[in-house]
Design a binder for this molecule. Structure first.
Ligand SMILES: [Zn+2]
Length: 282
């Protein structure tokens, strides 16, 4: 398993955590891209699934710790865990402990969106009760995303799990954001619709250095070509528009990208290529 990756970004400290692997249908991850092309980039297993990671990003700004995404949901039953190839327990709290942190040290959680593979550690079972994992944290999410997670459409019902959303909603821990917002100096939420209508990416900037946490706008390095859009995306044409708009700026302004589901090295930079864009590890 990839070890915790540490980087400095200006005055910010970053740790890319590693929530372990899970497995999803490869065809669904690449949409209209023919299997002969994607299978070279992401070799499928005998069930046609490809390996994905989940990389929550811990950011320290001064004395404050921010967690971008909480990770995979392991509260489902054995069948659920088997479908997605999930281990039984989350390694994220153990990784925070290695850094000398407990869940109460996280003061802010930022969600790109609330699908179960991104918001799964929002809650956990403690003595038979489902409780918020990070008791001190405000949870930032786009208002649209929160509404869709609380009242999912039948097309996305399998992606949202009430266990990760309702206990926080009922205790007032969500802080819905509408549109672009600088929530702390150098921490900007940028709407990135397509995968869901309310998805956002997170942009960090300190002393001229910049990083974007991509969410599921582009979850894997192999998905960087703008047309490599998952079949999971609810609005693929919108994904294409969002990618082109944000890619252009990320390239021009020299953004480092942190790829949410990359199972290997998760950081890279965009470069121009014959497919529009490619990525180089960084
Ligand atoms: Zn995802």
């Amino acid at each position: 398993m990839r070890p915790i990756l540490y980087r400095k970004l200006g005055r910010f400290d970053l740790w890319v955590l590693n929530d372990g692997d899970f497995w999803l249908d490869g065809g669904s991850m690449f949409g209209i891209v023919p299997r002969v092309l994607w299978a070279k980039l992401a070799p499928p297993d005998e069930q046609n699934r490809i390996r994905l990671g989940l990389n929550p990003l811990l950011v320290r700004i001064g004395e404050r710790y921010i967690l971008i995404e909480t990770g995979l949901d392991r509260k489902g039953d054995e069948r659920f865990r088997k479908i997605y190839g999930l281990s039984e327990t989350s390694p994220v709290l153990g990784q925070l402990a290695l850094l000398g942190l407990g869940p109460e040290d996280i003061s802010l959680v930022i969600h790109t969106h609330l699908h179960f593979d991104h918001a799964g550690l929002n809650t956990r079972w403690v003595e038979g009760r489902l409780r918020p994992t990070f008791p001190q944290a405000r949870h930032l999410v786009q208002k649209q995303e929160l509404e869709d997670a609380l009242h999912p459409h039948e097309r996305s019902r399998a992606s949202y799990r009430a266990e990760n959303v309702e206990p926080l909603w009922e205790t007032g821990r969500f802080e819905p954001v509408e549109g672009e917002a600088e929530v702390l100096p150098g921490v900007r939420l940028v709407p990135a619709p397509g995968h869901t209508l309310g998805m956002q990416v997170v942009e960090l900037e300190s002393e001229g250095e910049r990083l974007a946490y991509t969410g599921d706008l582009v979850a894997l390095m192999a998905q960087v070509p703008p047309l490599y859009i998952p079949a999971f995306d609810l609005y693929p044409m919108t994904t294409l528009e969002t990618r082109k708009r944000l890619y252009a700026r990320w390239l021009e302004e020299g953004y480092l990208l942190c790829f949410t589901h990359e199972p290997g090295h998760p950081l890279g930079r965009l470069v121009r290529s014959e497919k529009g864009y490619a990525v180089e590890e960084a």
